[in-house]
Design a binder for this molecule. Sequence first.
Ligand code: ADP
Ligand code: MG
Length: 454
Amino acid sequence: MTHQELWQTVLAQIQLNISPANFATWFTNTKIVCQEEGTVTVSVPNSFAKEWLEQKYNKEILKILRTLDLSIKEIIYQIELPATKIKENSRRAEPQELPAEQLGFAELETDKETNLNSKYSFQNYIIGPFNELAYAAAEAIIKEPGKAYNPLFIYGGVGLGKTHLLQAVGNELSKGSSPYKVKYIPSDKLISVIVNSIRNNSIESLKSDLRKVDVLIVDDVQFFAGKEKTQEEFFHTFNDLYQKGKQIILSSDRPPKAIPAITERLKSRFEGGMVADVSLPDYETRLAILKQKTLEKNTEVPPRVLEYIAANIQKNVREIESALNRLLIFQKINNKVPSFEEAKKLLRTIIVSPSKFTNPTRIIQAISEFYDLEDKSLFCSSRKKEFVKPRQLAMYLLRKELSFSFPAIGRKFGGKDHTTVMHACQLIDREIQESERFSQEVDLILQKIYIMDA
Ligand code: ADP
Ligand code: MG
């Protein structure tokens, strides 16, 4: 039996026992390169496939091999880089390898064509057990968009790197000598575009625009819940792209099955490719993320402080990042690195329950002070820009810091509907993610709320 025949037999067996998506993720581009003295060497495309095969499939592969050739005792997995290997991931990235614009607080533009933000890349994406399946799937898609799995559906809790991963795939595919035509759309934006174009009778041109892309990325599709018209239009666009072999990538805060009020046919489309989750990062990964972020921001934080953050913020990478930002702002203001005790004080609002330390009055005060407004003007109904943003931020912080319900916030602001409040919170959340400057503003306000006169 040749190496190739031997491996084909193994693959044929394995394929019977695992899902097509898993099979493609872990066994694409694998082969036997050598068989010597009872040792078979299998070449694999990357370290993830290596780890995964070693840990999860080795026993089974060996069993199959031994049914074919009893002299085989052991398998070695060896990484072989294909010619078109994508960039090495962040584990090995050195600070000087980062593009200059990623250092410091430079605010980056979103590309008008693709809607992608170049700050999300694989160079600054840390991989750990919590996201390796999603990452591996993304990697496979970058190699062969539209072929590996379609759609790719990534789900997981808030702040765990879904948007980062989706955008990194988009960025990777939209560059190079023969770039793919990529479009990234957050689902709430897609919903409003669809609603507007139905209203303006321009739905056909919207659809034909969407159908021109090679890669369509829709973020947070849980917002499709209950949006029948959007689901209907999206279903057709999805089918059209899918039939043409175009890649579709989706994310959600929960698996397709758990999205309420969504049609069965759309749900089954969502489940039709690869569904991969991102779970919670472990301590080591959290620490690695922190180290990566300090490199990006070109700053130094005492190891003890980083360990303190990694140990205490467990559920959300975005919070890990905002903890770090707080320390950086302290550094900027005070021109010194915070001591461990100072850091603990600065972070206690993130690390212990905030409601112990604040109340609505303080939130309102801090915001009005920051924007130089009178407290009561936050509650007026003026649509002037200088009032609207602070008012939306106040709603957001009441929700975020004190877990007020949307209707309760609505009542506080002169009987506004809860959907208005939800919308405000979404807008602010998005702006915090997209604008470094605004997110710093919010951090400063939080410092005012929690620290200045604590
Ligand atoms: P989600 O879309 O799941 O809510 P995001 O992609 O917006 O989460 O991630 C929140 C923040 O955490 C972003 O600034 C992102 O860059 C960062 N982040 C998340 N996961 C990682 C990771 N694995 N490596 C580096 N940064 C990460
Ligand atoms: Mg997101």
